[in-house]
Design a protein around this ligand. Structure first.
Ligand code: SAH
Length: 215
């Protein structure tokens, strides 16, 4: 079976139009959404609905985020080609693919082995592989590859992990949903060694960011 076809391409174009009406205006983000075949990141039972602006269950009790949420977080990151981006919560790999499609050098961490394995295969298949992908605990970040221009967290964090703040470049941006039951989207800009600026952007609902990798 071909990985993509006109039917899916047409639906993707309509999704891009929908995201524009919802306020996404970064051309690089819209172009990436237009390129990445989201239907391949979902269980085939949901493939028909892949280009609706909806979240769906993936393996290990997790969810693939709404396309709007992916687009919104990516727009807030303000990615430029070749920037080093750390992603916490690879999940299906869809957000990873969007970041790679924009030209970022992506480092991604996932604590569920099943999702780590699945996303690795699909990202290779569609030729949107991150620079580095690992099965581990995102709370710790990746100190050996730090500092990062941008950091994106795609699970709801009870608070902002200190280790991640330390791995952000000066001038860098972190986008992270913070809260227990529901989350506020927080943007953090690192001003210097120990000063950070914080902005809040609306309410979202994510699966929780959990400590340590699953067994
Ligand atoms: N962007 C992904 C979102 C997946 S949901 C997508 O659209 O598919 C969030 C993911 O974060 C889940 O896969 C969950 O297992 C993972 N996660 C939660 N806590 C984590 C942690 N401490 N480190 C790494 N990944 C974590």
């Amino acid at each position: 079976m071909p990985v993509d076809d006109f039917k899916h391409q047409g639906r993707r174009k309509m999704l891009v139009d929908l995201l524009m009406t919802k306020g996404i205006e970064d051309k690089k983000v819209l172009e990436a959404i237009n390129i990445v075949p989201r239907h391949l990141f979902l269980d085939s039972a949901f493939a028909e609905f892949a280009y609706r602006d909806e979240a769906f269950p993936i393996a290990a009790g997790q969810t693939i985020s709404h396309p709007y949420t992916v687009a919104f977080q990516t727009q807030l990151l303000d990615i430029h080609p070749n920037e080093k981006v750390l992603e916490i919560g690879t999940g299906s790999g869809y957000q990873t693919a969007v970041l790679v499609a924009i030209g970022a050098e992506v480092f991604s961490i996932e604590r569920q082995k099943e999702l780590f394995d699945f996303s690795k295969i699909i990202l290779k298949k569609i030729n949107l592989e991150p620079r580095y992908q690992t099965y581990g605990d995102g709370y710790k970040g990746l100190p050996s590859f730090a500092p990062f221009d941008k950091i994106i967290v795609t699970a709801g964090a009870p608070e902002i992990p200190k280790d991640l703040l330390q791995q952000l470049k000066i001038g860098g941006i972190m986008v992270i949903p913070v809260g227990e039951q529901s989350q506020q989207m927080i943007v953090i800009i690192r001003l210097d060694e120990d000063q950070f600026e914080k902005y809040i952007f609306g309410d979202f609902k994510f699966v929780p960011m959990l400590e340590s990798r699953s067994k």
